[in-house]
Design a protein around this ligand. Structure first.
Ligand code: UDX
Length: 438
């Protein structure tokens, strides 16, 4: 008998997980308390932009393997229940807010069938899984709980879910591990590394991985600051150190730093949890990682001020990119929007373009101005900022667009444009961590 699976919480993680598990041949029901989201998903539409996901989702719905519901009872006969709800940063604190995780567990615990397994996927402070397991067993002793963190990147969510580079399962019982092995059989057949851990270690793997990634980015952004002070070029430096396989070249792209729904909140929640555990000093360095990251945003604003002779009032600033990274319409803690808002608050008129994230950006920051085309965005600009490295921006012909702007000055906040081509076309080119030669 094939496993039946429920996925509780159909946001980014849950919707992707539900569609991917269904595509492996399992029967999946996605549960969410938001009726609008459920109606959309049930109609085969994904409420956010993620390459490949909508096609996959629609195909699974059509095949009858994937259904959606707001009624937890529809999940009652599943063999595995994945908890995929959000754990946002609490207002007024660095810690994660666990109210959705707690509510999901309380909803599923009393109705889950005997022998079924609840599996947490949400990113939580270490110790949460143990607490939830105790609560689950007190409500329904015939059910077990495991933790199976998720490492998917936005923009590659389907690929990362179907072909993960490792599977980590935090389990207490062999039976729980066996059930997860049955679910992930195709990955195991493909030799995906399988790491069995205890509950706290499984929870920690996720925040440790995100902390390491954040550290790598802030490290190269710190080097960018040094390069600026010393007249070096951080892009060359990154390339050179990246050839050392112990360092590796990925996540060494200097620029305006990390944002999004995961890295910033995860490192903060990790620090808050370390405080509670009496291990504050161990993660003290993450405070600096956070500061370097936020400083990168300020440094772009300083470059703008410098170029506009410290007078932003009435200036038109064109911003290319609103999403926190390319191939995503996610604007949560987007460095691009943070910078835009601060520049607009200083008196400039900011006009933003993004191929996918404009609707979300406008919803969050209606005071900003939005242009439907790159040309409209650049028109009459006193300065242009490249803040999210979409491919279409790398394809801009600097010669062709020069006549649109008032001043041909561009700041590459992501170090991904072809500096020589822009300079050859007569643009003043500025970037973080690279001294300007014109
Ligand atoms: C991250 C983790 O990569 C993923 O494993 C985890 O499950 C969720 O958090 P995501 O938030 O989708 O994924 O984005 P990621 O690709 O990690 O990028 C995060 C931020 O770092 C983006 O704002 C990106 O622009 C920035 N970044 C990334 C850099 O500034 N420089 C780099 O070299 C790489």
């Amino acid at each position: 008998m094939t496993l039946r699976v429920s996925v509780i919480g159909t946001g980014y993680l849950g919707a992707t997980h539900a569609a991917c598990i269904a595509s492996l041949g399992f029967e999946v029901v996605g549960i969410d308390v938001d009726p609008e989201k459920i109606a959309m998903l049930a109609g085969g539409k994904v409420p956010f932009y993620e390459p490949e996901l909508e096609e996959l989702l629609a195909a699974q719905i059509k095949s009858g393997k994937l259904t959606f519901s707001t009624n937890f009872q529809d999940a009652a006969d599943a063999d595995i229940h994945f908890i995929c709800v959000g754990t946002p940063q609490q207002t007024g604190s660095l810690a994660a807010d666990l109210k959705y995780v707690d509510a999901a567990l309380d909803a599923i615990a009393p109705i889950a069938k005997a022998g079924s397994l609840v599996v947490g996927k949400s990113t939580v402070p270490v110790g949460t899984a143990q607490r939830l397991r105790e609560r689950l067993i007190s409500l329904n002793p015939a059910v077990d709980l495991a933790w199976n963190p998720e490492f998917l990147r936005e923009g590659f969510a389907v690929e990362d879910t179907l072909k993960p580079n490792r599977l980590v399962v935090g389990v207490v019982s062999d039976a729980a591990e066996a059930k997860l092995k049955e679910l992930y059989k195709s990955n195991l057949d493909a030799n995906t590394p399988w790491v069995r851990a205890d509950l706290p270690t499984a929870e920690l793997v996720k925040v440790a991985a995100n902390s390491f990634l954040a550290t790598k980015i802030s490290f190269i952004n710190a080097m960018a600051e040094i390069c600026e002070a010393a007249g070096g070029d951080v892009t060359v430096l990154a390339k050179a150190i990246g050839y050392d396989p112990r360092i590796g070249s990925r996540f060494l792209q200097a620029g305006i730093g990390f944002g999004g729904g995961c890295l910033p909140k995860d490192i903060r929640a990790f620090m808050a949890r370390a405080d509670e555990l009496g291990a504050t000093q161990a993660l003290e360095f993450l405070r600096e990682i956070d500061s370097i990251n936020l400083r990168a945003r300020s440094r772009v604003i300083e470059l703008v001020r410098k170029d506009l002779a410290d007078d932003l009032k009435g200036k038109r600033v064109a911003v290319l990119g609103a999403a926190f990274k390319p191939d995503s319409d996610d604007v949560r803690d987007s460095p691009a929007l943070d910078i835009s808002v601060q520049i607009q608050a200083a008196g400039a008129t900011v006009v933003i373009h993004d191929p996918k994230a404009m609707k979300n950006a406008e919803k969050r920051f209606p005071v900003l101005n939005f242009a439907n085309s790159i040309e409209d965005c650049l028109k009459d600009a006193d300065i242009v900022l490249h803040l999210t490295e979409w491919k279409i921006y790398r394809e801009i012909n600097p010669v062709a667009v020069k006549s649109l702007v008032k001043n041909a000055v561009i700041i590459d906040g992501r170090n991904s444009l072809d500096r020589e081509a822009w300079q050859a076309a007569g643009w003043k080119f500025r970037a973080l961590g690279r001294s300007s030669s014109n």
